[in-house]
Design a protein around this ligand. Structure first.
Ligand code: NAP
Length: 246
């Protein structure tokens, strides 16, 4: 058990990669705060799955783009668990729209949730993390934030490039006590991609060396590695998990 009795907060963990990550931490002995924005039923379902494993979990509604929500989420989580050891910044959104049709509102919401939300969650969690030893933060960026984005997700790609920059800056600012790293996934089979055209999915699969999309659990494993003692000399790193996408 790599996270026996550790306390973990995973943002956006009602579904997809966040849910898989929360369950993976619980399987390794952790107690987990499940954060969601809208889907209370899915969040409660994730909580029930974790309790079945024999670990504690609570669901907290909070929009990570809203500062007061983030502060309340941290207060409620720490009031319940008595502290926090690991933060995974996973909550994210995308609007797949041709670049010339993108609205200012779509840009602002994407940057607010993905990039500023990550900043807010780290900022509000740090005071609690510094009270414990072996604390760690992981962000979920994307290979779109490195060099493989597309015009339909220009705002999303910019937010993910920003998360990579933020990760490196926080790694410097929070060393040596807290390690900060990022997982940069490629295509993952989640709700985020469920409405993409079949032909597009096929062509993106062909661009992926492993000729398939990942399961959310495969990204969860990368996040757990970066938070574990196995990654004790790793900070400010971006772990690309994209199946060899080109
Ligand atoms: P998903 O299936 O669409 O799930 C998104 C999760 O984020 C849900 O739990 C959702 O909560 C939550 N969320 C959305 N907006 C929120 C907000 N403002 N405040 C709090 N929670 C919010 O997404 P996913 O595919 O698992 O993606 C998870 C992360 O991985 C994202 O950062 C995404 O950009 C990144 N990523 C995904 C892929 C991919 O191919 N799927 C690739 C690279 C990176 P509700 O259930 O309440 O809506």
């Amino acid at each position: 058990m790599r996270f026996e009795n550790k306390v973990v907060l995973v943002t956006g963990s009602s579904r997809g990669i966040g849910r898989a990550t929360a369950l993976a931490f619980a399987q390794e002995g952790a107690h987990v705060t499940i954060n969601y924005e809208k889907n209370r039923a899915d969040a409660e379902d994730t909580v029930a799955e974790i309790r079945k494993i024999g670990r504690d979990a609570i669901a907290i509604q909070a929009d990570v783009a809203i500062e007061d929500d983030v502060k309340r989420m941290l207060q409620e989580a720490v009031a319940h668990f008595g502290g926090i050891d690991v933060l995974v910044n996973n909550a994210g959104i995308v609007f797949d729209v041709p670049i010339l049709e993108k609205t200012v509102e779509q840009w602002q919401r994407t940057l607010a949730v993905n990039l500023i939300g990550t900043f807010l969650c780290i900022k509000e969690t740090v005071p609690y993390l510094t009270e414990r030893s072996g604390s760690s933060i992981v962000t979920i960026s994307s290979n779109n934030g490195i060099d493989t984005g597309s015009p339909e997700s220009a705002d999303y790609d910019a937010s993910k490039a920003g998360i990579i920059s933020l990760t490196k800056n926080f790694a410097q600012a929070l060393a040596p006590k807290i390690r900060v790293n990022s997982v940069a996934p490629g295509w993952i089979d989640t709700d985020m991609n469920k409405d993409l055209p079949v032909e597009f999915v096929e062509s993106e699969t062909q661009k992926t060396a492993l000729k398939r999309w990942a399961k959310p659990e495969e990204i969860a494993k990368a996040a757990l590695f970066l938070c574990s003692d196995d990654a004790s000399f790793i900070t400010g790193s971006i772990l690309v998990a994209d199946g060899g996408y080109r």
